[in-house]
Design a protein around this ligand. Structure first.
Ligand code: 9MR
Length: 743
């Protein structure tokens, strides 16, 4: 009966399960009755108690058996996606901004089900989802969320597919109660003294942030692992920090330089999480952040001996149920050929491969190589050959990018397809080799073509020493791509093309033209590319005005950094260098204003999707200015940025898996889906989470974080794809800055 469900849900949510709770049940029942009588809380599900047979519930196939007041279905084995078999109910009303409590009792030993509230017709948007692991006994489950939509056509459904073997699912007391009070999610942020939980460089800046109500300076003490006070001082009150809404002080113990582990900082009666004063962890982070890319590889098995715990069969190599990337057709009507686009890196937690995002990632890792000569041993299949591991790793992606170029003899020859991914979004978890979806090439785009031109030109320069034939092939492809882009300068990937994969829409390509011309010029020294880039209005523009200096969509700063740093005979080098230094000064000023030491302050305090990469990319500008000027203020500012990423932040957690006492470990990924399936691993150490995102586009984050202030708009849950995904372009930023810090 529905009323029973209300009582159960209320009891479970508000009162710990104790004897007291049982005694309180009658009182709660009265409260629930009173609320129902006030009509504040309205049940949206019909016959959720299955007291009147099964209608209006439906199942994908087969009968719903109702016995003993609960409903059961036989779930067939051998399906792949969760939604391949469902039981649900349609015609549910939702009102935007209203809070709902979704609760049910379910049985299904060992099976993780996807319980959703979503659209009942294409495109089947998900408004809320949870993935409870069921047991052999009936257990109650309850969740509260805020609807982002108003509709009369929602559905509640239990998606039960994806098991190789048949099993039985039973459900009772299904309830979707509207008008409930919002659930206030309070993150566990631990001690109020916020530090870089990994460590500070012995000769680097050492700053911390204290969250306190105090408005006057407070004493602090630095303690070593034995608890002995080794330094002390007084904090600096900073007022209310906009990025967190907290009243904070800053603490500076840069003068302390003695190497060691297990230090803590004590202030206002709180003891920070422990940290090192050392460089060793950064050498490891440089390696781990680069090792990330091997486990993102498509088209090759991941070897157990190279990545213990992360082995998996090759993904998308034409072995069932994969349809494979060996001969991928275009979306209907887009082209009449197929391409072999095997290989490359999966972009993120999805199975898509995107040229624009591949481009900036390749550029940044190769840039780290060009700047630092990274020689890390990455334990990849190619280790031990004559080429540095980092270049072998990037080659895996470059070969894929080259395959995305339209061959001669076809329409748009020389242009690059924007992306290749599944026709429809796949669910979680789903290992790459188990993806059954049709793969499709999407139309060519100017942005993708210029990403190919820029990175292939850069590759021609970097790989010349190791593989002249590949370098020549890459340069030819880059030239062809640049010419093709000039002939087709306005083919834009649209925002609407986001089904089954990300859109990566980009209709501003003057930056990509500038970047491609710059890389072609730096590699060839040729006059035509020089003339083109000098004529670009971007060449003399301030390209460091964005909240983040560059990203997959905005690449002018990538060009500017390379033109400033790499040798060339380009006229006006001094002005180019000055522009980078001025850009860095801008981010330095922002950082000094931020009590958490982050060189990032977006307009309206609206932190962007993947803010951690914006933060780290800005640090790359700071680090480059240090290279150009030798000014320690820039070096320290770049180093201090790592503090934010590694724990000196409002949530008191590191965003890099395995680094720091508390770190992100449930990033959104279809194969590092430990949170959903205990037999799968967490992401490997050195994986960066996207980070705080004020727009919280995913339903899970919305259910927990609605109303959040900037830094608090993050949750370490696999369902939160808008705050907690991992991607190649975010890890490339981490790798660059880890290399800088380690050097
Ligand atoms: O990183 C991308 C972010 O800048 C965009 O705002 C967002 C929405 O278009 O997409 C992000 O990229 C995702 C991509 O579309 C698909 N793979 C996962 C990426 C990270 O979430």
């Amino acid at each position: 009966m529905i009323r029973t469900a209300v009582v159960l849900a209320t009891t479970l949510l508000l009162v710990p399960v104790t004897a007291q709770a049982a005694n309180a049940q009658a009182a709660n029942a009265q409260t629930a009755d009173a609320r129902a009588a006030n009509a504040d809380e309205v049940e949206q599900i019909v016959n959720g108690g299955f007291d009147n047979g099964a209608a209006p519930w439906w199942a994908s196939s087969g009968a719903i058996t109702v016995a003993g007041g609960q409903a059961c279905v036989d779930v067939p084995g051998g399906t792949v996606n969760k939604w391949d078999f469902s039981i649900g109910q349609n015609d549910i009303d939702l009102v935007a901004g209203e809070n709902y409590r979704y609760s049910f009792t379910a049985t299904g030993a060992g099976h993780v089900v996807r319980a959703i509230v979503g659209g009942s017709a294409a495109p089947y948007d998900t408004y809320f989802e949870a993935s409870p692991g069921l047991t052999a006994d009936a257990q109650p489950y309850a969740y509260t969320f805020t609807s982002a939509v108003t509709t009369g056509q929602a559905q509640v459904a239990f998606q039960l597919g994806g098991s190789p073997d048949p099993w039985t699912f039973c459900v009772d007391d299904a309830s979707l109660l509207g008008g409930v009070p919002p659930e206030v999610y309070v993150p566990d942020t631990g001690p109020r003294v916020r530090v870089n939980q990994v460590g500070y460089l012995p000769d680097g800046p050492k700053k911390a942030t204290l969250v306190t109500d105090a408005t006057t300076a407070l004493p602090w003490q630095l303690r070593n692992a034995a608890g002995k006070v080794v330094k002390s001082g007084r904090s600096t009150p900073r007022g209310v920090d906009v990025s967190s809404g907290q009243n904070v002080h800053s603490i500076d113990f840069s003068g302390y330089r003695v190497r060691g582990a297990g230090y803590t900082l004590v202030a206002d009666g709180e003891t920070s999480r422990p940290f090192d004063v050392d460089t060793a962890a950064y050498r490891q982070l440089r390696t781990d952040s680069l090792k990330f890319f091997y486990t993102q590889r498509s088209g090759i098995e991941i070897r157990e001996d190279l990545r213990p715990g992360y082995a998996r069969p090759a993904g998308h190599v034409d072995v069932a149920p994969n349809l494979g990337d060996g001969a991928v057709p275009c979306q209907p009507g887009v082209c009449d050929y197929t391409l072999d686009v095997t290989g490359g890196w999966y972009d993120a937690g999805d199975h898509g491969k995107y040229v624009v995002n591949g481009g900036i990632s390749v550029w940044q890792v190769l840039s780290a190589y060009e700047r630092f000569g990274v020689k890390s041993e990455l334990a990849i299949p190619e280790s031990g050959n004559a080429t540095p591991d980092v270049l072998d790793e990037v080659r895996w992606e470059l070969d894929f990018l080259l395959k995305m170029q339209v061959p001669a003899g076809h329409a748009y020859a020389g242009m690059a397809h924007h992306k290749i991914h599944d026709a429809a979004w796949t669910g979680l978890p789903l290992l790459p080799h188990l993806d059954p979806q049709q793969r499709e090439l999407h139309p060519v785009s100017t942005a993708a073509t210029l990403n190919l031109a820029a990175t292939a030109a850069q590759a021609a320069r970097v790989y010349r020493r190791f593989d002249p034939a590949f370098a020549a092939k890459a340069l030819a492809a880059a030239r062809t791509a640049f010419t093709a882009a000039r002939a087709n300068p306005a083919l834009y990937a649209p925002e609407s093309d986001g089904i089954g994969g990300g859109a990566y829409n980009d209709s501003k390509v003057d930056d990509d033209f500038y970047w491609a011309a710059a890389e072609l010029y730096l590699t060839t020294g040729e006059r035509s590319y020089q003339d083109f880039l000098l004529a670009s209005p971007l060449h003399t523009a301030d390209v460091f005005t964005g909240a983040g200096a560059f990203d997959w969509a905005s690449t002018a700063a990538a060009a500017r950094l390379d033109l400033a740093v790499l040798p060339s005979r380009l006229p006006g080098r001094a002005q180019i260098r000055d522009s980078v230094v001025r850009g860095a000064a801008h981010y330095l000023a922002i950082q000094r204003n931020q009590p958490y030491g982050v060189p990032y302050a977006p307009a309206n305090n609206a932190w962007d999707w993947g803010s951690n990469s914006a933060v780290l990319n800005n640090a790359q500008v700071l680090a480059t200015a240090y290279d150009l000027t030798g000014r320690s203020a820039f070096r320290d500012a770049a180093l201090e940025t790592m503090d934010y990423v590694l724990g000196r932040n409002a949530l008191n957690q590191s965003y890099v898996t395995g680094y720091g006492e508390v770190s992100s470990q449930n990033q959104h990924s279809r194969w590092y889906a430990h949170e959903l399936d205990a037999t799968l691993p967490h992401p490997p150490n050195g994986s960066l989470a996207g980070g705080a995102n004020s727009s919280i586009q995913d339903p899970y984050a919305q259910s927990k974080l609605t109303g959040c202030v900037a830094q608090f708009c993050y949750i370490d849950d696999i369902q939160s794809w808008s705050t907690n995904e991992l991607t190649i372009n975010w890890n490339s930023a981490l790798a660059w800055m880890a290399a800088f810090t380690a050097s």
